[in-house]
Design a protein around this ligand. Structure first.
Ligand SMILES: Cc1cc2nc3c(=O)[nH]c(=O)nc-3n(C[C@H](O)[C@H](O)[C@H](O)COP(=O)(O)OP(=O)(O)OC[C@H]3O[C@@H](n4cnc5c(N)ncnc54)[C@H](O)[C@@H]3O)c2cc1C
Length: 388
């Protein structure tokens, strides 16, 4: 086992693996170690994600991050290929669609204006245009929707494995052990202790521990405003197939749905208490999803649940956005956590920009400093209105 690393990344999910890949791909020559406690990624958020990739955000930094990331997902299979073998991620650019009632149309218009500033091709659709995309849609209570046809959905597990494989190929070491704590002295970080008691020495630790990020940080008395929140996803079949494959569609109630192969998946951000709860229930479908789905698309009335799962958002309790960059109070400690349900669409940009920060001391591709930890103390919050 390597006893010294120049950089230790805690967490080998999509964020940690994207960072490891980008460091080495950008020419970093130091030793990069990724510590991952869950070799099969049974509980990580990434494989449990809905895989939605959208540029339909409402604040500058999230739009910029998503735009950059989407362009990277378009070339991902080729970029992450090893020995000519592409890393397929099943990216379906079928669009993203926020359905809207009359009262929210002015807000969507405002959001579209900001998105256009960054050349995101979002469009406001009227009822007839909605029906061109989803002919079966019930539009009586709708006034239109905000749509971006470049957006879509992909297979999160394949993205994570694509980054991890390529990072290993370029020289990263994956250690499949939990990090018990980060070791510090008055000069800053000097290492980590693994759960089996072994020590690894380093001066730089990046906390990419997803829903466990705050638990790790607590160990060194640096609390983070991040909690694990359960989110259920249900997969179902319908007897009468839809005419078109769906964009990732969000009902005004917040219930979202999309195709998953020939079946469909749906979810909703229900009110739950923070905690590490991975149970899912059919009653969630019957009571919270189905009444909305059946009313929105008649074909969903005869839905048959195939299965489901629950995963955890690493939910930023202050402004529901990522926390990225140097920790202001501990030299050598960096954060990439708190993604609050939109980490898949941020992983390529965050990995690349954080790698730049670590290698040069500055962001280059995109300035991610609006997402710094200090924003909470400075009350310079990032208010994102389109949290799903
Ligand atoms: C149901 C659901 C739907 C979602 N839908 C979307 C979506 O449509 N679009 C989107 O962009 N995002 C979505 N997300 C969010 C997205 O999945 C996450 O933001 C993203 O996967 C976070 O990646 P991560 O690498 O930070 O965390 P994770 O994938 O959780 O990885 C963190 C890793 O750290 C490891 N770890 C933790 N503590 C330690 C430790 N002490 N030592 C060693 N290893 C440790 C864990 O085992 C884990 O593998 C969704 C999430 C859920 C749960």
């Amino acid at each position: 086992m390597t006893k010294y690393a120049d950089i230790i990344i805690v967490g080998g999910g999509v964020m940690g693996s994207s960072l490891a890949y980008h460091l080495l791909n950008e020419g970093y020559t130091g030793k990069v170690v990724v510590c991952e406690k869950d070799k099969l990624y049974e509980f990580a958020s990434t494989p449990r994600s809905a895989g939605g990739i959208r540029q339909l955000f409402t604040c500058d930094i999230n739009i910029q991050i998503s735009k950059f990331s989407l362009s990277k997902y378009q070339t991902f299979p080729k970029d992450m290929a090893i020995n000519g073998e592409p890393a397929e991620i099943d990216f379906k650019q079928r669009g993203y669609l926020f359905l809207a009632k009359q009262t929210s149309l002015p807000h969507l218009k405002e959001q579209m204006t900001l998105q256009h500033k960054y050349d995101v091709p979002s469009r406001l659709l009227n009822k007839n245009e909605l029906l061109e995309i989803i002919p079966e849609l019930k539009t009586d209570d709708l006034a239109g929707g905000l749509y971006c046809e470049e957006d879509g959905y992909l297979d999160p597990y394949s993205v994570m494995q694509g980054y991890a494989r390529k990072a290993r190929h370029l020289g990263a070491t994956y250690v499949y052990r939990g990090v018990e704590t980060i070791l510090t002295d008055r000069n800053g970080i000097y290492g980590i202790r693994l759960e089996n008691g072994e020590l690894l020495y380093t001066k730089k630790v990046i906390n990419c521990a997803g829903p466990w990020a705050a638990a790790l940080s607590e160990k060194i008395n640096l609390p983070l405003p991040v909690v694990p929140l359960k989110r259920q996803v249900i997969k179902f079949d319908i007897a009468e197939p839809l005419l078109n494959k769906l964009p990732l569609t969000i009902d005004p109630t917040g219930v979202y749905f999309r195709h998953e192969g020939d079946a469909l998946i749906s979810g909703f951000s229900e009110k739950v208490k923070p905690g590490y709860d991975f149970s899912w229930k059919r009653s969630f479908f019957e009571e919270q999803l189905w009444p909305v789905l059946a009313q929105r698309i008649p074909n969903f009335e005869r839905a048959k649940v195939q299965g489901g799962w629950a995963g955890l958002y690493s939910f930023n309790t202050i402004d529901q956005n990522a926390i990225i960059g140097k920790h202001p109070e501990l030299s050598g400690y960096y954060l990439a956590c708190g993604f609050s349900g939109h980490g898949m669409q941020q992983a390529p940009a965050v990995g690349k920009c954080l790698a730049e920060l670590l290698m040069t001391g500055n962001y280059q591709t995109l300035d991610l400093s609006p997402l710094r930890m200090e924003r909470f103390k400075e009350n310079d919050l990032i208010i994102e209105k389109a949290i799903v």
